[in-house]
Write a protein that binds this ligand. Sequence first.
Ligand code: P71
Length: 471
Amino acid sequence: MSEIVHRTMGQQSGRRSWAEPWKIKMVEPLRMTRREDRVKALADAGCNTFLLRSDDVYIDLLTDSGTNAMSDRQWAGMMLGDEAYAGSRNFYHLEEAIQTWYGYPYVVPTHQGRGAEHLISRAAIRKGQYVPGNMYFTTTRLHQELAGGIFVDVIVDAAHDPTDLSPFKGDVDVGKLERLIAERGADNIAYVSLAATVNMAGGQPVSMANVKTLHALCQRHGIRLFLDATRLMENAFFIQEREGGYADQPIAAIAHEFCSHTDGAWMSAKKDALVNIGGWLAVRDQSLFEELRNLVVVYEGLHTYGGLAGRDMEAMAIGIAESTQDDHMRARIGQVRYLAELLQDWAVPMVQPVGGHAIFLDARGFYPQLAQSEFPAQTLAAELYLDSGIRSMERGVVSAGRDVETGDHHYPKLELTRLTIPRRVYTQAHMDVVAESVKAVYDARAEARGLRMVYEPKYLRFFQARFEPLS
Ligand code: P71
């Protein structure tokens, strides 16, 4: 593990400049489209950006999931795939990387994050138990509910306010959690589900102080604390920047310390870990591990590949190490901030402070004339695509789905459209194009009419729902 925080060339000389710590070796052409093509493509896609063909997209900010550019070392690792059914050497490299950088002894690979969420939910939730978490994530909550759990949001109130500037808006409100434990009894809490950073809150971080307090509280009550480590390295960057005592500690050490306060973690490696596919689950308890290792062979594949090719595990092992590098993370989050600063100059409404992986535009701020049932964030995603072929993602009432008890829409406080930045993929000039397009859509905000949903699938409806413009 590196012991020092690396300074950029600019910082070493007291200058403001910095740049990406890599150069480009291979390029992929982008496709420009004309407005009339985009009108047709959007109608064919039922005004849902998930249903667009990527060939019809110019700059793809749908997600940072699986969209990363791999390094030359990762591609070299792909050639070293050991595609044995059992005991692939790449699995042992991955296991060692997770033990080294995250610190958990027992590792189960999965094909991606939701594969891991499925297994941990099945193994650790009894029907009717509560699962407190720092805001929901779509797939996480669904797997908890399918296992019979009842999700309870215990995030701090500030997380629900896009204008609140608190530095750690991902923190759990310890009072809320204590009240839940007092009301329901520790035995009726399956585990605490802690995500760092919190995707749906805008990529907001959890502080080290908070995870320490949570760990102590959970230990007092005999409740396990499991971490969604999907963007933990980004979270560690914010701790280094914002929390007293961490400025001189490398991200790697901060992340390791964070994990030391938890009983286990799962990860969608398609984010931080700089790969296109992969996930894992890792725990400290041997008997839980044995159950998970047994379940993985039912749902994913043998416990030394979990639905992945050997080459995927090798790329992941290398990507995990790269994700811990301070200069990598500074450039990654620096690019997100560059775009945010351009938009702030034009007073475009967005979640503040800006998080690690994306800009979350505040669709209510764009379209005060629309009711939430007219899908303001979905409308904004459609308008952005029409303007310039930029693809974003709705994170509002459509994503929140319906209440399992009442069947009504969940109406989340946050009605957001996410501009998600893939890692090491786009340049600063692309960010300029995006900023100008967002500004143009913002300037035309008074004309937006909203949408109605004309098709709604049963699970995770945002992926496949279809809409038509309201006239
Ligand atoms: C993102 C995704 C991918 C996604 C998932 C569902 C709807 C839309 C897009 C995936 C995450 C995540 C966190 C914190 C678990 C998963 C599932 N995020 N935890 O943000 O952000 O991982 O996609 O590998 O199954 O675009 P998976």
